[in-house]
Design a binder for this molecule. Sequence first.
Ligand code: GLC
Length: 712
Amino acid sequence: MSRIETLLAAMTCEEKIGQLVMATAGYAVTGPVLASDATEGVRAGRIGGMLNLWGAEHAHAIQRMAVEESRLGIPLLLGFDIVHGHRTIFPIPLAEAALFDPVLWERTAREAAVEATRDGLAVTFAPMIDVARDPRWGRIAEGPGEDPWVAARFAEAKVRGFQGSNLAAADSLVATAKHFCAYGAATAGRDYASVDVSERSLHEIYLPPFQAAIAAGCAAIMPAFNDIAGIPMTAHVALLRDWLRGQAGFDGVVISDYNAIAELVPHGVAGDLVEAAALALKAGVDIDMMSNAYSRGLPMALDRGLISIHDIDEAAFRVLTLKQRLGLFDDPYRRGGAGTIDPSAERARRELARDVARRAIVILTNAGVLPLASGAQRIAVVGPLADARADMRGSWSAAGDANDPVTILEGLRAALPHCEIAYARGVDIESEDVSGIGEAIDACRSADVILMCLGEAASMSGEAASRADPVLPGRQRELAEAVLDLGRPVVALLSSGRPLMASWLVERADAVAATWFLGCEAGNAIADVVTGRFDPTGRLPVTWPRDIGQSPIFFAARPSGRPANPADHFTSKYLDMSVEPLFPFGHGLSYTRFALSNLRLSAETFRPGDDIVASVDVVNEGSRLGEETIFLFIRDVVASVARPLLELKGIAKIKLAPGERSAVHLSIPASAFSFLGLDFRPIIEPGRFELSVGTSADRTNLITVSVQATAG
Ligand code: GLC
């Protein structure tokens, strides 16, 4: 028998169930607060994992209780939500997605893993790879945006970064891909609300990122809180067992979301905790995070015959196997045992945070006011996000210190020491108090340029933070309009976890930038971009609506039999608004401008198994060095199932000096042209495809050629 089988054979039923229980530690300023029953449960072997505890000393202390004081000495899984950094906080994932750079996505995850494992942690509940197309949903902030291809690349990069090449290494962290699945399609954008998507949408949009995470070796998966058409994901046998473990070949551990198993009762599919526990276990959920359903319900589920000891053994085996893969049996104190902190590595990590943050900034509009003119000048900085240190961390701030981030005001002052910078908050983020607007206007009157730092509080996106009307909160619009009425050059910097509905601001400000929540180096990164020390390269990973009434709005829409045509009444349009977004997916300006031309393909026809290389010339027509992102889309013009108007299949980046011309080559396999046919099997149907390249998903600004698929 294997080591795990031998151990399992020696375990009591209670100890086996204990391996399926993950309890939380509270965290006070002085460190983790462990409920008394938690430490007692660890010593008794009734708890197999803990979350929300970090710090090598604390981790080792709780680990010693398990290893040296319990009967079988089985080490604990110690997990935490390290979503965009651990102590060094990187930009929120939606901002990081704007880089369209898998190399940097992986690097930030790797650095987070180094910091987290140094704090004794072995599991992160990340990456969050929920495709999201509704800005009302607060958790759009935590994911990679609207596109499944991008989400898949993001998933792969994060799994590689967190887990490294050897899960048993001291700096490797188990990646938990979450939330499985379709969580981003919550009804009306309300978090935790029911989801009802078609089987086709499941397979075309929401499952591919998880397939990619699994292919990258992801060792854990977390089911989403939501139901899909009445079947809660935590009890979804067809998706958790048949698809995830069957079709997708996942052999890792399924960790429930927080209290989610117990919530099968309010979901209306379980009469009590016992039934909830049985449903989740039978569906393949291995670990119960904080609901007590397994510890209290499974013994009675056994008695009622709802489950068998085999079901428990199966789950316990997977959990013990994961602990073995992590090397916890060999050395439970390996994580957190590293020596002194290397200052140069700390500095490099901080510089990475700054580099990723500035690359995440998306310049939405710019009438020439950016980059700021060099030389001494009077700058006014107003708005509630200018000096909002803690908010710069965004929604999942992990072990990031609230006092750590560089504020926008600090970053500007450090970058422009010769400028007179006047600051006035004006209004708070959410309050109705407008008494400070006068002072802000006074600060702006003599300014050569005004920077308005507007947006949301970090708590207004993320979990349980849906907004029905995601506009600028409080009385910020009143402040902004008073500033704009001065008629001076105005730059609006939007800190948010989602696209904000602000068409009026875009129409009036001289420049608008999406600065999201950029983490510990936010202020320096923003200063790097607005001063022109760094040419902005961020591109929107989500479509930016004109108004929430357009939501959900995304580029990969299906054609409709009556495509919107303003000139034709009976077409798919609004009476009161354009169907076009304010800014399309992929939109973002640099300080120069690029022109694409001469798209050509390596072949005009292809068969299954071929590769197609698309080449396009790019020239920098501006006066500054710059970097552009080129998107490659396809469209299957006629197919047995109507295909989206655009499907993203590749990206490439190119950096060019002023006047420089070069070519970009994007290679895509024939398989990229396949889709799930009527029978849900992948197929490349012979016929004409359109292949397009462009700098965004704006279909009026793409270069398109045809290519023909021929039978195999
Ligand atoms: C939360 C979140 C999940 C997180 C977990 C542990 O409710 O839904 O993303 O990993 O609980 O904090």
